[in-house]
Write a protein that binds this ligand. Sequence first.
Ligand code: ADP
Ligand code: MG
Length: 359
Amino acid sequence: MNIGLLGGGQLGRMMIQAAHQLGHTVTVLDPDPNGPAGQIADQVIVGAYDDPQALAQLAQSASVFTTEFENVPAASLRFLAAHGQTYPNADCVEKAQDRLVEKAFIQSAGVAVAAHAAIRSVDDLKTCAADLFPAILKTARLGYDGKGQAVVQNRDQAIEAFKSMGAVVCVLEKKLPLAKEISVIIARHADGSVAVFPVGENIHKGGILDTTTVPAQIDESLASTARDAASRIAQAMGYVGVLCVEFFVLADGSLVANEMAPRPHNSGHYSIEACQTSQFEQQVRICAGQALGSTDLKFPVRMTNLLGDLWFPNGEAAGQVEPDWAAMTQMPGSSLHLYGKAQARPGRKMGHLTQRLDV
Ligand code: ADP
Ligand code: MG
């Protein structure tokens, strides 16, 4: 079958690779015909995600639609929903696009979130609870990889940061003592069946995911609490598709949900080699109406992101140098993934390396 995909990045590329493995085709709508997904798509419609003509063309091309980009306009998914199934649907994607809506929803599903306050004006910062500080001020919308965030020690710093962010709607979140960061990826089928991936342990550097190690080095009871919490959130939303929920494990061992992503997630890339069925294959299976596969872990594994910084060993001014892939992949049990991005930039996700930890 043909699947309509909004978004042209690396998540889309890996989704297309899984679709091809199962004999399906994919039409991508993206402004860049040469992005990671566009390069290998069966058909590319070049246009903005809210371009009515491009959307109409996508609607004609398929009867099932998905997204690899969480900031795709909800209205576009609603338009596509009139022409077929969208997995996930617009309501779910919309919830994940606004940190305030997202936190309220997660709480309503019975899962704890960090203490926080909605910030719409300087006044909100003058009157919010004092015990939120030290805090992190985050724009409610459009933040990713630590962008649109500032650590603030007190009200004055928060007001300054709020102004420098353009006084857009923000959430002020208590800065928590993190013992670990973990994530749970869950695939939920239209028939209500669920497959939960093993818990991943994430290390971030400079606000960007650096490594995911699986299984996470946590108690089995905590792992099962996290998996249950992710299932509850997916169930409460009536979510259909692949969903990632990021959690903080606090110093006292308690669990707090941080945010969710309504799509396959960077912390699930290890599943391509290390799980019976990858997160991307689950998304394709859901789109194609095929039963979910097993998420069993075949071996312990670590995924490391390859950021553009690697291409500049002598600094950016000295120009881009291709890393030594032969050396990197000499280790047994390692698999290299490059996303086909011609231009490296510091902080840009260029690829990832997956390594078995048992060889
Ligand atoms: P992004 O959308 O950029 O991934 P996150 O909300 O996940 O934004 O924040 C990025 C990182 O910042 C988190 O992975 C975590 O390391 C740190 N962080 C975010 N919120 C908090 C918090 N309330 N307390 C402590 N650290 C936090
Ligand atoms: Mg995050």
